[in-house]
Design a protein around this ligand. Sequence first.
Ligand code: ME8
Length: 510
Amino acid sequence: MEKKYYITTPIYYPSANFHIGHCYTTVVADSIARFKKQEGYDVYFLTGSDEHGLKIQKKAIESGVTPQEYVDKVIENAKDLWKCLDISYDKFIRTTDEEHVRAVQKIFKKLYDKGDIYKGEYKGLYCTPCESFWTETQLVDGKCPDCGREVNLVREEAYFFKLSKYQDRLLEYIETHPEFIQPVSRKNEMINNFIKPGLEDLCVSRTSFDWGIPVTFDEKHVVYVWLDALSNYISALGYLSSDDTLFKKYWPADLHIVGKEIVRFHTIIWPAILMALDLPLPHQVFGHGWLVINGGKISKSLGNYEDPREYIKAYGVDAIRYYLLREVPFGSDGNFSLDLLITRYNTDLANTVGNLVNRTLSMLTKYFDGEIKKGEETTSFDNDLIDLVINTHDKVVEAMDKLEVPEALDYIFEIFRRCNKYIDETMPWVLAKEGKTELLKTVLYNLLEAIRIGAILLKPYLPRTANEILRQLNTKNEDISSITTFGNLELGIHINDFKPIFMRVDNKNE
Ligand code: ME8
């Protein structure tokens, strides 16, 4: 039976200003989804946009359009960015989709009927210019953390979700399921900073603005944006709809990948809601770190913001994917700079892979007219190369099981580095000069086969590069099942036309 794998990214606030940091979650999720597909899983990969709430309503007012007009316009920006980054999602959900709206309304009603949502009064600190509620601890010097103005104590009729009721069950679940919150540091943070000090019931409706999903039985209330947003993970699969086939097939999620600042919502509020709905919890929530610039935030106002499409235009999509996947230790913060991007590009992509493929194909053209042949003799360096290549798949699988994406990628690059060393060891140009044709055939075959296997393993991370290498090799054996043994590169075929895949870029600071 095919194994299923349901993976999600957070749904993004629609924006006209995405930066490179925003690309991180989605590129990582895309690579994991592609990897699982390659490993034979039946994968469902969900992403989307989070379109309700005061923040969006205010942006729409600033732009002089309705909230719906605003989100309809900027949504194209997200979809275009994911397209430029080769994101292979199966569904893009919008929280303004009819089906989502209906599902959230049913979820709200279900929790209300069960007694887990009740009507009460919200008492809190309110910033009128910002129309935002704050808690005492969120204030900065006693003022609104957004605009720095005075806050007032206000009261507003609101519905509450009985989060406190689930505190003990949640703690027990987290403690008995060590894989649920990863990395471990985030798990400890959730337990010690939030759950153990005590969970308070959560305000889940608002009356002070109207850009949200109306509560069906009390229409002056709209559903709190996080209850609305988190529900996307099940509404996207048709939960509580007339067709819940996908829900039955894919829920519970195998992995929610989220940024560290929203782990709290995904590991406290979301599981409590699921418990209240009598649904199983996701297998894992992974909270990744941020991409930072000089240790600080990336933002337009700081002037360090660049549209990621500019980098894609300059260096190609795989240079960006590679940087994000390789440079940032998964789980920790990682630094971004153009210098580092170019260095990684030149060293790993242009030199290690691009140059290797180009050199090898050039030699095959020069010595054998581009025909792939197998030699009758072997060199003393072959076994070491072959062993490394054949063992790489297992190492990649092991790293990916732990979501160690940079490590997985590095194992694959080890193949290309080993190939370059093999060229230095065997010196094919000397073999050619000395007329050792059988050895030369063997060396080139081993290199091409190692490159083929490396390219297949590379597909989930750098799909374009991998496909271009395989196209240049003119091989039909592109499947993961063809890399369990060494020697499946077809004999007698002629390689396709080829050109360098990556051109070195001048780095002014190098
Ligand atoms: O949080 N580095 O949406 P969002 C790494 N709508 N990741 C970053 C980043 C950076 N510099 N900046 C942003 C939301 N992100 C909610 C989610 S889910 C039910 C609702 C990541 O658009 C951030 O951590 O603010 C998050 O995972 C994603 O971008 C979307 O952020």
